[in-house]
Ligand binder design. Structure first.
Ligand code: SAM
Ligand code: SF4
Length: 317
């Protein structure tokens, strides 16, 4: 469907849980989040119905996210059901990767074709620091398992944080030399735990180009990522710059939270409840959300935090 500003909206992100086995400092509070009651989170039937209603409006790509989607019981069957909905051409997942050794092959079989895996550092102590709970080895083994499975695409999401991981930029870029993966650097956003970060932690993706001047622009974008490549490399590098270069004019997505709220824009507090609605009501509400998508999000920088009103684990990044 085309929105009021000429953008074709064909992408839905669904957060299937706000729970997570990690507690990344820029995302979730240390104590985690209170478990929502069964009545308040979307059931699998409701999620499938919302996905099918979205397909009826012209949504073609769905990303399953969270919280950590792999901690929700039954996630593989849910993926199977969503991937078989008529009109859905692509089912993707964003995960922290720590449970992929167990799930990679099951997800592929269930119709997930693309994985985005978060990884901010290659130093075990720093991984434990930023995630508060995680082991780097679990994430690296998960990435290897996914790579061996042969997904259509594997992207590594690295949230750039000044003074924390900017010294590892080169090492991350080098991961693309021998593997056909995309390493994506994402500017830290003042949302969720990120709101409390010091202004000097918000560094621009330009740092990547300064640190690795051999990177060559590929001359095109993949959604919101501007693409670069090292000469002769198998993979590529994506820069996602929500702070330094707003990309609202290219935004093609809407989001559904784990408690059934449809968000036309990540950084706005406008939410449209879908939980408990029939298929046709859902379809009409999804059309409304698309038409209500604002032209641009609020101003976003270290002094002007997101107006989302929720942490990223509830919305789904
Ligand atoms: N748990 C999964 C994971 O970490 O990949 C999926 C959910 S997580 C909320 C989705 C993405 O949002 C991750 O890549 C994470 O790094 C990103 N994210 C969370 N908080 C962020 C923030 N304040 N700024 C930028 N990215 C953020
Ligand atoms: Fe969990 Fe992902 Fe948030 Fe980290 S970024 S706390 S892995 S939901």
């Amino acid at each position: 469907m085309i929105d009021n500003f000429g953008r074709s909206i064909d992408y839905l992100r669904i957060s299937v849980t706000d729970l997570c086995n990690l507690r990344c400092r820029y995302c979730m509070p240390e104590e985690g989040v209170p478990k929502q009651s069964h009545e308040s989170i979307m059931t699998f039937e409701e999620i499938v119905s919302a996905a099918a209603a979205a397909a009826a409006t012209g949504i073609r790509k769905i990303r399953i996210t969270g919280g950590e989607p792999l901690v929700r019981r039954g996630i593989v069957s849910l993926c199977k059901e969503i991937s078989s909905i008529e009109g859905i051409d692509e089912l993707c997942m964003t995960t922290n990767g720590t449970l992929l050794v167990k799930y990679a092959s099951q997800l592929k079989e269930a119709g997930v074709s693309r994985l985005n895996i978060s990884l901010d550092t290659l130093v075990p102590e720093k991984f434990r620091y930023i995630t508060r709970l995680g082991n780097l080895e679990d994430a690296l083994e998960g990435i290897d398992a996914a790579y061996d499975e042969g997904f259509d695409s594997i992207k590594i999401n690295n949230v750039l944080t000044g003074g924390f991981n900017d010294d590892e930029i080169e090492e991350f870029v080098n991961m693309t030399r021998d593997r056909n993966i995309e390493v994506r650097f994402i500017e830290l956003m003042p949302i969720g735990g990120g709101i409390d970060f010091d202004p000097d932690k918000f560094i621009s993706c330009e740092h990547v180009l300064e640190r690795v001047p051999q990177l060559e622009s590929m001359g095109f974008s993949d959604g919101v990522a501007n693409l670069y490549k090292l000469p002769e490399a198998e993979g590529r590098v994506g820069l996602i710059r929500p702070i330094s270069h707003k990309f609202c004019d290219r935004c093609n997505k809407i989001r559904l939270t784990s408690d059934g709220m449809l968000k036309p824009c990540l950084h706005s507090d406008r939410e449209i409840p879908l939980k408990g609605k029939s298929f046709s009501e859902m379809e009409a509400l999804i059309r409304t959300a698309i038409l209500e998508k604002p032209q641009v999000s609020c101003t976003l920088d270290s002094e002007n935090p997101s107006m989302a009103g929720r942490d990223m684990n509830m919305i789904g990044g």
